[in-house]
Design a protein around this ligand. Sequence first.
Ligand code: AMP
Ligand code: TRP
Length: 332
Amino acid sequence: MSRPRLYSGMQPSADSLQIGNYIGALIQWRDLQEAYEAFFSVVDLHALTQPNDPEELRQQTRRTAAQYIAAGIEPSKSTLYVQSQVPAHAQLQWVLSTMTGFGEASRMTQFKDKSHRYGADKTNVGLFTYPILMAADILLYQTDIVPVGDDQKQHVELTRDLAERFNGRYGETFRIPMPVIQRDTARIYDLQNPLAKMSKSAESDAGVVWMLDDPSVSAKKIMRAVTDSEGSVRFDKENKPGVSNLLVIYAALTGRQIPSIEDEYAGRGYGDFKKGLAEVVVEEFGPVRARALELLDDPAELDRILASNAARASEVAEKTLDDVYAKVGLLR
Ligand code: AMP
Ligand code: TRP
């Protein structure tokens, strides 16, 4: 029996991922790669929708891939590749774009938010068609499940609509993918502003813990995390968002339950608790960082791994694309 297929990806939009990416995505991907035949991409074509320095984008693409591997995604077990190295993504996107309604694409909330934020002058058409490229990513691999954050749910729903529309018009072609939305307990907030999601694009650096930061820098950020004046280590998301966020990070990285951590720190101050968490973070990310830096030290070898994974991805993707081209009436 072949395993069900899983697809996910991240944009190479920073030099380092942050621990929200690690807890909310990478460690779940790592665990899922056993039961699923998994495809993980670094979506560099999507990253082109933002202004980029070309050399920097290339570096960030390698760095993102290196962090996938360092976090435990095994390129011999899962297919870990760079989106632009499989031309079928852009090719399928074109076909799907001819089947997407203008109004339908206009309703995507991420596009509405971004275009509103940047203003009409700085909004490119790529931002508008971004979800259609994402649909192509997913559909090329006959994907069963797509683990993503809830901000991406609408894009996976569009993907399902497009797949159903295509199948309805041309006969069974695409498997209909299911979104698997990240658990609430896997959402990490900014250490300085615990009401905002921790993000690669945060305005201030102080609230973001980077996977590739020197461990002493991460430890300092945790010691300075915003808490409250109550002084007790207790999960209460509403009234104690800062402390609750630290508890979620602690639990996610140790595999422990929150009540057991609360018990351990009962009657002790925030200083002790933060010191404990800083140690957990240093212990977790020390080896991950070392492994990522080691991979980045040998870019030729890393590029070789990515190229062979892209070839594997292409084999699957080309089959789907060929079927689609034939069905829509392109000369084969
Ligand atoms: P992004 O960096 O926003 O492109 O996100 C890439 C992946 O990491 C998505 O699956 C997100 O859901 C996940 N992710 C990003 N930030 C966080 C966060 N603060 N907490 C949990 N997951 C996150
Ligand atoms: N748009 C996704 C994000 O910003 C990244 C992405 C691109 C993706 N293609 C995908 C995620 C396909 C899942 C499946 O997080």
